[in-house]
Design a binder for this molecule. Structure first.
Ligand code: FES
Length: 157
């Protein structure tokens, strides 16, 4: 007999095209272009007295001295908030630098006591002499920064 009438309907091209992209998203952003001056001053160069020896950007890529060696106490260090760096002097004449960004959740650290820099966010502590973690929750040591000591001048490399 003929038993070929049973055909499994295998999806007769069920196209459910959801065209949700279209009308939404057409945000006409006509920025008022009525002003006369075409200064378009986006990069305001307010020659503020921040940078001493014109380095351009604040993260002076080699140029402006960060500190004098005499500024860095032996066995401790000094924080440079703007540069987010701490420079330390583990032993006389030996200088190191580390990022002051906490390796736990990236909080900026500004609290230095003796050779320990502390994070006020969750209480991590690090040695500024070698960057090691002294107290968790941070587990990664501080990121070392490159510095150059030239005479009595310390420069971020
Ligand atoms: S971000 Fe510094 S301890 Fe959490």
């Amino acid at each position: 007999m003929t038993s070929e009438s049973v055909q499994p309907v295998s999806g007769p091209s069920r196209r459910t095209v959801v065209a949700a992209v279209g009308a939404a998203g057409l945000t006409v952003a006509l920025t008022a272009c009525g002003s006369d001056d075409e200064a378009s001053g986006s990069s305001t160069e307010q020659g503020g007295g921040a940078t001493n020896e014109g380095g351009g950007s604040s993260a002076g890529a080699g140029g402006a001295a960060l500190a004098k060696t005499t500024d860095i106490p032996e066995g401790s260090g000094k924080i440079f908030e703007k540069e987010k760096v701490v420079v330390s002097q583990p032993t006389a004449g030996e200088f190191k630098a580390f990022s002051t960004v906490c390796t736990h959740r990236n909080c900026p650290m500004v609290d230095l006591k003796d050779d320990i820099i502390s994070c006020t966010c969750h209480g991590s502590q690090f040695s500024v002499l070698d960057g090691s973690v002294k107290k968790d929750p941070a587990v990664k040591p501080l990121e070392p920064k490159q510095i150059t000591v030239n005479g009595d001048s310390i420069t971020l490399a």
